[in-house]
Design a protein around this ligand. Sequence first.
Ligand code: ZN
Ligand code: ZN
Length: 491
Amino acid sequence: MVSMDTLVSLCKRRGFVFQSSEIYGGTGSCWDYGPLGVELKNKIKHVWWRDFVQRRADVVGLDASILMHSTVWKASGHVDHFTDPMVDCRECRHRFRADQLDETSWTHYCPATKGNKFTIPPGEACTHCGVRRSLCPDCGKGELTAPRQFNLMFKTFMGPVEEDAAVTYLRPETAQGIFVNFENVQQSMRRKLPFGIGQIGKAFRNEITPGNFIFRTREFEQMEIEYFVNPHDTVEGRPADEYWHDRWIEDCLAWFQRYGVQEENLRLHEHDRAELAHYSKRTADLQYRFPIGWSELMGIANRTDFDLKQHAKWSGKALTYFDEERREHLVPYVIEPSAGVDRALLAFLADAYREEEVRGEKRVVLRFHPELAPVSVAVLPLLKKRDDIVRTALAIRDELSRRFTTVYDDTAAIGRLYRRQDEVGTAYCVTVDVQTVGDPDKGETADGKVTIRDRDSMEQIRVGTAQLDAVVGDLLGGKLWGEVAAQVGRA
Ligand SMILES: [Zn+2]
Ligand SMILES: [Zn+2]
């Protein structure tokens, strides 16, 4: 498994992720997506939206405002309950989550060894004096304050006056934007249960201890679906909410595998009673084996009718659904598959990373699924001194870029250009050579063909420029390299 340091360094060097405001020393746990990072992120969002919203007859989309009526967060429980217990060090002023103090290694000045400084593993006692951590884990000297509850929502003011009545929050989850629009969407789209509303958007949490690169950040992007079901229905002999919960768990697991995440790096984690949110009937996390260990990739929760009932209570609107068969008004249950875009990106990145040996040399390659590769096609001229080769390569780049993410690069010899594209996961390289354009001085005629190189197998095929757009389309549309190569013949 690749280390986090290796990924962070690759991401910076190759333009995937930069630290936010780096020239000013950086902003705590905020990250900027560079030219390749934004392509990767957009492609993840695009395939998620296509697969879970556009291609499903039972799901529609929404893009709700980030700023909402402040009562939304009272109704949802976030104002009162979205808190973490926080402690401060009286010496170094560092701040910690009280419930995570023993999850990090701690600094200890040991009285049994004339005050020598030791770093002791999380939760363990000093092997010299037997003492356990009671002081600040960072400086090892300061007393910690008593825990205080700290609300994780970012507070701000709506309008020009900074007064209590104008207080609102940056949304800590996209879900509430869906719940408050339940009636609008259901009625305008004439939906019958079960149906879902999907949304992709930013959310904000003022985490006390963010970290691990883009794994936990204060500003992040969510891909969420609220799938509304009739709790009185049964499907295959089971309550509809339980049936659909299982279906969504399967669909989400299959989705990550479909885009290349290896099965052995994914597992399911069922929340036990202590982990379960008070409104949830059952929650299952999809965990990924990140460089930091098994951690949550996404959650799939059965939120019951809690949210709609809360909003009905606080808004005075009914927020019910009329079941025509049973002639009754009911409050739907909701199944919520909720994924973080940034976390998904980190998982796809870690999973794609390989170090291989090719003819005695190390090759770093990101084996992204072709549809997720930040660059789909790189067009490379074999000789940059030949005007006709360069002109042809640039024309091909222009043509392909109408449908695919395409780059042109002539800043090194071909071997090095291939390695550079491998390292950022470019799916295919198209090379224009002397044969493509011919060589009148030697009396060689042009064959009008270019080479396509497959990133993973490094095999090459030769296709006519007129076919290129269609062949690349097939490859990115899911046709296997082997099939295409068999059709056109390997180079
Ligand atoms: Zn301290
Ligand atoms: Zn000690």
